[in-house]
Ligand binder design. Sequence first.
Ligand SMILES: Cc1cc2nc3c(=O)[nH]c(=O)nc-3n(C[C@H](O)[C@H](O)[C@H](O)COP(=O)(O)OP(=O)(O)OC[C@H]3O[C@@H](n4cnc5c(N)ncnc54)[C@H](O)[C@@H]3O)c2cc1C
Ligand code: FES
Ligand code: FES
Length: 479
Amino acid sequence: MVSNTIQFIYNNQICSIENPDPNKTVLDYVRNDLKKNGTKEGCAEGGCGACTVVLGELKNSKLVYKSINSCISFLPSVNGKHLILVEDLMSKKNELHPIQEAMVKFHGSQCGFCTPGFIMSLFAMYKNFKKFDDEIIEETLSGNLCRCTGYRPIIDAAKSLNKKKDNDHFKKDQTKIINLLKKINNNEVEIFHKNKKYFSPKSLNNLKKIIKKNPHSYFLSGGTDLSLGVTKLRGEIKSIISLNSVKELKFVKKNKNYIEVGAGVSLYDFQNIIKSYYLDFYNILKRYGSVQIRNVGTVSGNIATASPIGDTLPLLLSLDAVIKIQTKNTLKIIPLDQFFISYRKTKLKKGDFVYSVKIPINKKNFFKAYKISKRFDDDISTVCASFNLLIKNNKIVKAKIAYGGMSEIPKRATSIEKILDNSIFSKELFLKAQNLIKDDFSPIDDMRASKNYRIEIAKNLLMKFFYEISKKKNIRINQ
Ligand SMILES: Cc1cc2nc3c(=O)[nH]c(=O)nc-3n(C[C@H](O)[C@H](O)[C@H](O)COP(=O)(O)OP(=O)(O)OC[C@H]3O[C@@H](n4cnc5c(N)ncnc54)[C@H](O)[C@@H]3O)c2cc1C
Ligand code: FES
Ligand code: FES
């Protein structure tokens, strides 16, 4: 069934909005229409977490809770979900939620501007996990900034939740919410709001039909890049085709040779899949934006942006990933290293979209990746490097090396690869290879780093890789 009305659960009831403005953010809806001002606007670009709200959704008939940045999420993205705001946490008897109690007890708030966002991130953690160790807490809070309290009291508050049993009012209303979500979940949405259109098909077939009729539309995956055109550049996106509800794109195929990830899989889900194959890929993903960003952003969206500093791109390049592109007539397969043409330009033609990415599994290879950025969490790379080597009897059989932040596109270091291939694995070889960085890359000076800094970092990362695999341990400055 196609409908021009989005439906979601708010306050244990089904809410319907007919033909909403598809460029309106969830944050604007919450503050201006619902008049709930607990959710704050700080940066309007997904960077501070003040606007964090939680969406409950069904996964295999179970409720999962996702924290999102409402400032960069378009309103139709709440369709079929349970919207939870900071105002909803108190019980009907006006008792504080255990998270709010803990924040009060541990003095987790001063001016209070960031507090609703922290509470909502902690709420998603509280509902999704049973135990909260340091790693889970740090990851949970990586997308929330506080400029006055400092983080220790907030982390203490989070740790204290380990002693609380989850029997809040959301738990009590769980069955009711699941039933309501089942009731509204079947709508395929087509919105025509003044001069703007928004489509959210549920099947690949319908997606293809919509693309044919609306070839000049923008695809929407997580919107963590696309939405900034509205929230920061103050532009309008006239026609949007959301890929988020297309069932056929939400898949992960695994066998002993490769993993294939469909365009509809979030970065957060992907990080937990890739962990058992390439630990460094997982470690880089844990530093990709924040949980709020990874809950919605996708690998395919990262690939389609072709950003020179897209974090997954050098890793996928060095792993020899291929992508499947859905064109008008066929599903075309191309190696990722033939996909990027120039700055943010790819081989995608109008109406084509990235269907999936296929990553070979090479358990015998040494794979390592490094991200250099000004902040550890929630920051874009200055340089990202990825190394994938097959070594047999101390001889390098095949080297695959790629860098981000070193060129207008993420790129393989072909001169370095050439000198490493079929050579004895030695320090002298790597020292020689270092000097070829300048043959492969000519980076620019920009606000993140100078050209010289980038070149030095790229050289140092190559040596770090060498020392780490020869000593079989990671070298960290703080060790
Ligand atoms: C606060 C913040 C932190 C960030 N941190 C990082 C970071 O650490 N590392 C990093 O690499 N990036 C980071 N980004 C950038 C952003 O997350 C990426 O660009 C992201 O990968 C985009 O994916 P998405 O699914 O959100 O795509 P969208 O924003 O939905 O789309 C991006 C572009 O690709 C197109 N598109 C989307 N999906 C497809 C598809 N399947 N086929 C064809 N075209 C498609 C869209 O039309 C749009 O032009 C950050 C962004 C923000 C706001
Ligand atoms: S307002 Fe800063 S992340 Fe949304
Ligand atoms: S309490 Fe003031 S910004 Fe966090």
